[in-house]
Ligand binder design. Structure first.
Ligand SMILES: Nc1ncnc2c1ncn2[C@@H]1O[C@H](COP(=O)(O)OP(=O)(O)O)[C@@H](O)[C@H]1O
Ligand SMILES: [Mg+2]
Length: 400
């Protein structure tokens, strides 16, 4: 069971049932509670504001360049593009709009899209980015269990490679940590780790080339600043495929030059020559930021100094703009009346934090004490931990 506060973060990814208001020990008023039923088939957006949306402002030039790159690849040439920018400036949004625009244009042969994402806790998870990419390249049916996935990958490889499928699918399955059987298992087992890694690379090369033979292939590698070193090593060796096949590698990262993933950026600069496009996502201009606030909130009564204040603190970061507005809504400084947002009387009193970190800290500060305590204990345990450990520490405290 989860509370209203948590519901907002859980709801985009999980199906929940509203249990209505219930009495909670230590709370003067009933709290709205929800029961989590299970994972959503199609995950929703975690960022952004429900009911408050803005079309993408600015970024016209970047979008046009990306669309043009798809045309180049459709004409048979491989390319690479770097999209580099600080958190919250809109890298992911730009890519979403790009895919949407290219799909809407609908040229034949249609562009094939595959994506692998770095995970915030993933630098120590070997091959996590590659695994995510394979799951996007191979259309594994949703909800399939382990034996079905293996069978699916096998028949998919047989369609693509005929008799030589056995050189490909065992390694893809092995990367996905699937239980293999028979000759496939024997084959993978007989190799030492180095030889196995060479086979991972060979099978991925064959897969990418086979797909690119059907039409233009775009491979988006998102949040590379979180990529694990083993994925990066493989990707560095896959990148040269763009020199021989209509593949567009799109490398998306924060400007973190010490992250393992940055090696992929330097490799692209070394080998791609004129086939590399570099894009730096800058803060939104004043005019665009103003437009963004106007699109999100059509509030006539939003006092001018509050508007200017939001814009000043956000420094052109759209994520910050959204979060400030969310905070104003949470605190009742902006209220919805007959479907319109209006500024409440408290709007002048709300202190807008200076940066994203303080904004998030301020949000934590307003959580119920118990939740805050859990968060503090979790932060001490580390960035990544099994839930069990957190439970044990908290229970240990209670009985101590
Ligand atoms: N140019 C833009 N116009 C409107 N909203 C934007 C724009 N860029 C980003 N956003 C919104 O700001 C939030 C953060 O953007 P996101 O793409 O997740 O940033 P990044 O991937 O760079 O960390 C998202 O909710 C996104 O929809
Ligand atoms: Mg992003």
């Amino acid at each position: 069971m989860i509370s209203e506060n948590t519901y907002r973060f859980v709801e985009p990814l999980f199906d929940c049932v509203d249990l209505g208001a219930i009495e909670v020990k230590g709370r003067p008023e009933p709290v709205n509670a929800y029961q989590v039923i299970g994972l959503k088939a199609e995950p929703g957006q975690v960022r952004g504001l429900a009911g408050l949306e803005s079309p993408m402002v600015g970024r016209d030039e970047e979008l046009a360049t990306l669309i043009q790159l798809c045309e180049t690849v459709r004409a048979g040439l491989g390319r690479a593009v770097l999209i580099i920018g600080e958190p919250g400036l809109g890298k992911t949004r730009l890519i979403t709009e790009w895919k949407y625009a290219v799909t809407r244009i609908g040229h034949e042969p249609s562009t094939q899209w595959a994506e692998g994402h770095g995970l915030s806790y993933g630098q120590g998870l070997a091959y996590h980015l590659i695994i995510d990419l394979i799951q996007s390249l191979v259309p594994i049916p949703a909800g399939a269990g382990e034996p079905e996935i293996c069978n699916f990958i096998q028949s998919y490889a047989e369609d693509l490679f005929g008799d030589s499928a056995l050189e490909v699918y065992p390694y893809l399955c092995h990367l996905l940590s699937m239980q293999l059987e028979g000759p496939a298992l024997e084959q993978v087992r007989s190799l030492d780790p180095q030889a196995r890694q060479a086979q991972y690379l060979a099978s991925l090369r064959r897969l990418l080339l086979a797909l690119a033979a059907h039409g233009p292939l775009v491979i988006i590698l998102e949040d590379l600043h979180w990529a694990d070193p083993s994925s990066v090593e493989l990707l560095i060796k896959l990148l040269p495929l763009a020199l021989e096949a209509p593949i567009l590698f799109c490398l998306v990262t924060r400007p973190e030059v010490d992250a393992p993933g940055w090696k992929l950026v330097t490799t692209a600069r070394e080998i791609m020559g004129g086939g590399l496009t570099e894009m730096t996502i800058e803060a939104l201009s004043d005019v665009d930021s103003r437009q963004l606030v106007a699109n999100l909130l059509e509030i006539e009564a939003l006092p001018d100094d509050v508007r200017t204040h939001i814009l000043h603190k956000a420094e052109g970061n759209p994520f910050f703009v959204e979060e400030v507005i969310r905070m104003l809504i949470d605190r009742g400084a902006i209220i919805q009346e007959n479907g319109n947002w209006i500024a409440g009387t408290k709007i002048e009193e709300v202190d807008i934090p200076d940066n994203l970190q303080s904004l998030l800290l301020a949000r934590i500060d307003r959580l119920p004490d118990e939740v805050k305590h859990t968060l503090r204990v979790a932060a001490v345990i580390g960035r990544q931990f099994p839930l069990r450990v957190l439970e044990q520490v908290l229970v240990g405290e209670e009985t101590a």
